[in-house]
Design a protein around this ligand. Structure first.
Ligand SMILES: Cc1ncc(COP(=O)(O)O)c(C=O)c1O
Length: 396
């Protein structure tokens, strides 16, 4: 079958592939503790579900405006003003079917063949695919040696006449590292000096610990606002991954182009999910607090256990719900003759022998590490920790 050259440029999502394998094993009756998921294990809050039920009962079940209903755009404008100190108008907002879709749209409307996009690694899997699918080249900058954050010097060094954009994700998936205000200021200054677009993916901004305060590049100046695309959504904050609502705040010309693309592809995001997202943003935020407290307790436990395993080094995250331990200290060792030389080897060993699913770091551009999600019950995390320790202790 001759498929397009374009589709050959991308691979299936590594994270979704592990989740699928996990589900298959579970279906065969093999119990796997799934620490590979990229979604909160909490239910969508009741008030949000009720808003969706009301929308259905009121017949709010037809096409809507392509870039989202006014009520949702207004809620997003208010959210940007209150939480991020950014003054966007409705003309600066486009709502899509999840932030992944938002990112896909924005790469499509801003990038041309041969353009370069600076992508700090480890990175969330879909940035690379989205950039490549638009014909552009990701310029990958490893950040493990600098605390999992790109330094302004490293950014500057990678900029060429083809560089169009830099992608920042704070707090990050897969590490949970997050940039301070001073760091965001310096990176923004460097990007603006070279006339780059900044894609600021802030989807984990509410899932932060120890009083960390995220800062949006677009809040820094009018120029920064003009060149920044601020991406967010309801998936992680409100445990609404299945509802598929994400959005961008950006210059109105970019928003118009993204809306045009959407008008010819998916049309509007689901009307019912939009009504639910309005309630998520405007309603009580208590459920977010409860979820973040639970994540913090799990982070503290899991991090303290992992960092004490010999051969494993772990970064303590400021946000999101992942740990990304460096396991390269175990490379070269064997389990029953089975040699561990890569993140895929170790992730497979953990599935087979510890019955724990993780995501190999190679999928995020870092083959020295694994991603564990702690969006799982404390009992599961405790059991996983004991199994991981047992497998590591048997390495020769
Ligand atoms: C960093 C990051 N950005 C964006 C997304 C996309 O989220 P959604 O498409 O569910 O809104 C994810 C989901 O895993 C993510 O981790």
């Amino acid at each position: 079958m001759k498929l397009s050259e374009r589709i050959g440029l991308i691979k299936p999502s590594a994270t979704l592939a592990v989740s699928t394998k996990c589900k298959q094993l579970n279906a065969q009756g093999i119990r796997i503790i799934n620490l590979s998921a990229g979604e909160p294990d909490f239910d969508t809050p009741e008030n949000i579900k009720q808003a969706a039920i009301e929308a259905i009962n009121n017949g709010f079940t037809k096409y809507t405006a392509v870039g989202g209903i006014d009520a949702l755009k207004e809620a997003i404008v208010k959210k940007f003003r209150q939480d991020n100190n950014i003054e966007y108008g409705k003309e600066n907002i486009c709502v899509s079917d999840g932030a992944k879709h938002t990112l896909f749209n924005l790469f499509q409307v801003l990038l041309d063949k041969g353009d370069e996009v600076i992508l700090p690694a480890p990175y969330w899997v879909s940035y690379e695919a989205g950039i490549r699918y638009a014909g552009a080249n990701p310029i990958i900058v490893p950040t493990a040696p600098t605390g999992y954050k790109i330094l302004p010097e490293a950014l500057e060094e990678k900029i060429t006449s083809r560089t169009k954009m830099v992608v920042l994700n704070s707090p990050s998936n897969p590490v949970g590292s997050a940039y301070s205000k001073a760091e965001i200021e310096k990176l923004t200054e460097c990007a603006l000096k070279h006339n780059l677009f900044i894609v600021s993916d802030e989807i984990y901004e509410k899932i932060v610990y120890d009083g960390f305060k995220p800062v949006s590049p677009a809040s820094l100046s009018d120029e920064a606002k003009r060149k920044t695309l601020t991406v967010n959504g309801v998936s992680k904050t409100y445990s609404m991954t299945g509802w598929r609502i994400g959005w961008v705040g950006a210059d109105s010309e970019i928003v118009k182009a993204m809306t045009k693309l959407q008008s010819q592809s998916t049309s509007n995001p689901c009307s019912i999910a939009q009504a639910a997202a309005v309630e998520a943003l405007n309603g009580s935020q208590k459920s977010v607090e409860i979820m973040v407290d639970a994540f913090k307790e799990r982070r503290d436990y899991f991090y303290n256990e992992l960092k004490n395993i010999k051969g494993i080094n772990c970064f303590k995250p400021n946000g999101a719900f992942y740990l990304f331990p460096d396991i390269s200290g175990l490379y070269g060792r064997r389990f029953n003759g089975r040699k561990i030389s890569s993140s895929i080897d170790f992730a497979n060993l953990l599935i087979d022998e510890a019955k724990v699913a993780s995501v190999p770091g190679i999928g995020f551009g870092d083959d020295n590490s694994l991603r564990f999600s702690y969006a799982a019950s404390m009992e599961d995390i405790k059991e996983a920790v004991e199994s991981i320790k047992s497998v590591v202790s048997q390495l020769e």
